[in-house]
Structure formats: structure tokens, C-alpha cells
Design a protein around this ligand. Sequence first.
Ligand code: HEC
Length: 146
Amino acid sequence: MKRTSLGLALGLGFLALAAAGAGAALAAAAQPAPRLLYSESQAAEGARVYGMRCAMCHGRQLEGTLETPALTGKFVANWAGRPVGDLYDYLGRAMPQFAPGSLPPEEDAKVIAYILKANGYRPGGAPLPADSAALGRIDLPAPGAP
Ligand code: HEC
């Protein structure tokens, strides 16, 4: 009898630990949670623009190629902690490669919304503005601090 209850206690303790672990993992995943960065519909439109203007070089899944950087992973490290405006300005002057500046500003904002979503940033209610000065005041938060 004693043995059974000890086993049960250990089992429950393990469950509690597992639950705590899952909670911590959820909290970590929620870390990048920058709200109000972009809207869900804007990201959906951005996916369409990305497919037409960026995917042929950066890959369908933003995975990159030998010559072209991925737009996930290290990409976030490159741009986090800086204003989203830096990324917006970069797209405006450098992308798509060979036709820089050929996207209307709204499409650049949509593509950024899509890329942020693909990198785990959560949407807020408002769309990302297609405005360098406004975006210059929005810092791209670091991804979930490990
Ligand atoms: C013709 C191929 C090509 C197309 C099309 C293209 N890119 Fe690029 N992109 C590149 C290359 C090559 C680089 C690396 C440039 C460098 O290092 O100077 C790059 C770099 C970037 C970077 C910087 C990555 C980093 O980690 O800092 C971003 C962001 C980016 N591209 C976004 C886009 C977006 C958004 C589009 C679509 C609107 C696009 N690119 C279209 C080839 C392309």
C-alpha cells in the first residue's frame, strides 16, 4: 500500500514538473509577442507578394539558397533590436535584387508583415504602416530570449 502511494506521489510530482516545463516553454514561445506590429490580413497579402517577387530567390519557405540568405533564423538576429524602419528602408533601396525599389511602399510593408509572421512574431490589430518615419519608431523585438 505504502509503495503504491509513493509511486502515485512520484507520478504526480513528475506530472507537475512536466506541466511547469510546458508552461515555461509556452512563456518562451510567447516572448517574441510584439503586438501591434502588423495585421493578419496584411501578412496574408504579403505572402502573395512574397510568392511573386521574392520566393524565386529566397525560397518558398524563406529558406534561402547557396547564394541568397534565408529570411528566417539568422535573419532575425540581423534585424532584431533595430527599428523595423531599417528593414523597410533596406527593402526599398536593395530588394528585389536587380529591381530594387520596384515594389510600391505598401507592398514592402505587406512583405515585412509576412516575414515577421513567418518568424513567429504575433500580429496585433493594426497593419504595419508603409511609412519609414513611423516604422523607425517601432523596434523589432529580439526573438524569445532563451
Ligand atoms: C534575384 C534574387 C532576389 C530577389 C528576387 C530578392 N532578393 Fe532579397 N536578397 C538577395 C540576395 C542575393 C541578398 C543578399 C544581398 C547582400 O548580402 O548584399 C538578399 C538579401 C535580402 C535581405 C537581407 C537579409 C538579411 O539577413 O539581412 C532581405 C531582408 C531581403 N533580401 C528581402 C527580400 C524581399 C522581401 C524580396 C522580395 C520583395 C527579395 N529580397 C527579393 C536576392 C534576392
